[in-house]
Design a protein around this ligand. Sequence first.
Ligand SMILES: NC(=O)c1ccc[n+]([C@@H]2O[C@H](COP(=O)([O-])OP(=O)(O)OC[C@H]3O[C@@H](n4cnc5c(N)ncnc54)[C@H](OP(=O)(O)O)[C@@H]3O)[C@@H](O)[C@H]2O)c1
Length: 341
Amino acid sequence: MSGQYKQIVLNERPARGPITDNTFKLQTGEIKQPGEGEVLVKVEYVSIDPTMRGWLNDVRSYLPPVQIGAVMRATSLGRVVKSNDENFKEGDLVFDTFGWQEYWTGPGKAIQKRVTPEGGRDIDHMGLYGLTGMTAWVGLFEIGQLKDGDHVVISGAAGAVGQIATQIAAAHPKCTVTAIAGSQEKLDYLKKIGAHNVLNYKDSDFKKKFRELKHIDVYFDNVGGEILDLALAQLNPYARIIACGAISAYNAEKPTPIYNYFNLVSMKSTMKGFIVLDHADKFKEASEYLAKLVKEGKLKADYHVTYGLDTCVGTLRDMFEGKNFGKTVVGLKEGGEKSRL
Ligand SMILES: NC(=O)c1ccc[n+]([C@@H]2O[C@H](COP(=O)([O-])OP(=O)(O)OC[C@H]3O[C@@H](n4cnc5c(N)ncnc54)[C@H](OP(=O)(O)O)[C@@H]3O)[C@@H](O)[C@H]2O)c1
């Protein structure tokens, strides 16, 4: 295997606000042959995630910023096409942070082998049984301490993490789920997958409707900002806020003020942040739990798939405009999975 391949590198750091046409640069690289202990991987799916916006800022975070000129970091799924590592053979399915590029060469010991069960889908390693599903499970059970009968409110509910969290909570005994998203189409979808109440945060009467909700036991926060502030005002005693993400802030010029934080004290409640990567010891348990729900017909995963490396930047932009349903990936393989399964 030799020849050229495409990769997307960070060209310049965006100022506060959305990425621009100059943020990334598409370039070609020469396929590097694997050395001793190395493998060559042909990438089949690359991930598109809100957190990528944060990786472009030169600030302290849970991972170092992507460097100018470096291939854009992204978790990815691919197949080994050449191996000089005895633990891998041609055709093995592998997962790791291969980045926004068509081929990756590196040490076999740095990557994970994946097996798709019979009747399963490779793409689920990117979503349902990947970091998305793990985030929803860890968020609800490890951080949110989900209990029978809880009223669970989930923002960003039609997205990757949100759709899995919505279905887990809806399947939990006696729980009620209020799911929040940004379009009528998404609300219809959320009702179909089990949400008891749905709210569009773009509606003019959203705040009024939110205040009419019964009080909240668990708030799964994917968006931060004004919706977080509303949720803080609606807590039941001993409520748990799962600080999963704050997409409303990632492109914002300045942060949204939070006025209602004192309710954490008066309602004896907690708000806890987490990074899913720290909970790898729970992934097996989480995967088994999710697989059981799938088997029982209580959980399905939806994917938003675009094709070709050239679509990565546009697809990342679209995510911030809410154009995705479920987990967003870019497919690099002919005949891969389609959107809206
Ligand atoms: N803590 C962790 O370890 C961890 C791991 C994975 C993800 N996350 C976080 O979890 C959140 C969801 O990630 P995801 O991968 O599942 O993304 P996603 O929900 O699939 O996509 C983002 C969605 O956010 C919504 N959105 C965009 N701008 C918004 C705004 N200003 N206000 C409210 N909603 C907005 C859009 O849907 P609408 O059409 O509804 O607006 C969009 O579809 C993100 O904050 C991410 O950073 C955290």
